[in-house]
Design a protein around this ligand. Structure first.
Ligand code: 2F8
Ligand code: CA
Length: 123
């Protein structure tokens, strides 16, 4: 079975949690250079994997404000925004991060795409 060093297998996908911080575009580029992309969360099983720092997911509304799309263009089937999110704070929050939430499955927040965060690749 194919297995990349440092990647973790859950279900039918492999995930990578780099120990660095980059903005959303650079994070996505990092994943793509390995033939992967930022994670697309489309099941409850995928959503429960915890990370304890902000980590970019493959979700953005940079193209059209309020129209959140996954990096592969697929529609949101499962939605796990934190309470009150997405709020486009300061009208400048077009990229989504995941932050583990102990008491709730709802872990997503929108923040500025230029912010330096961790990220999750999926292959
Ligand atoms: O209260 C929610 C709010 O908290 C922060 O802003 C103060 C977040 N910003 C960053 O983490 C950069 C907002 O995105 C979030 O909506
Ligand atoms: Ca927000």
């Amino acid at each position: 079975e194919m297995c990349f060093k440092g990647w973790r297998k859950f279900g039918s996908s492999y995930y990578y949690f780099p120990n660095e911080r980059k903005n959303w575009t650079e994070s996505r580029q990092y994943c793509r250079e390995m033939g992967a992309d930022l994670v697309i969360i489309n099941s409850r099983e995928e959503q429960v994997r915890g990370v304890n720092i902000y980590a970019w997911i493959g979700l953005s509304d940079a193209q059209t404000e309020g129209n959140w799309k996954w990096v592969d263009g697929s529609p949101l089937t499962t939605v796990y925004w934190r309470k009150g999110e997405p709020n486009d704070a300061h009208k400048d929050e077009d990229c989504a991060v995941y932050l583990n939430e102990v008491v709730s499955l709802n872990t997503w927040n929108d923040i500025p795409c230029s912010y330096e965060a961790g990220w999750i690749c999926e292959l």
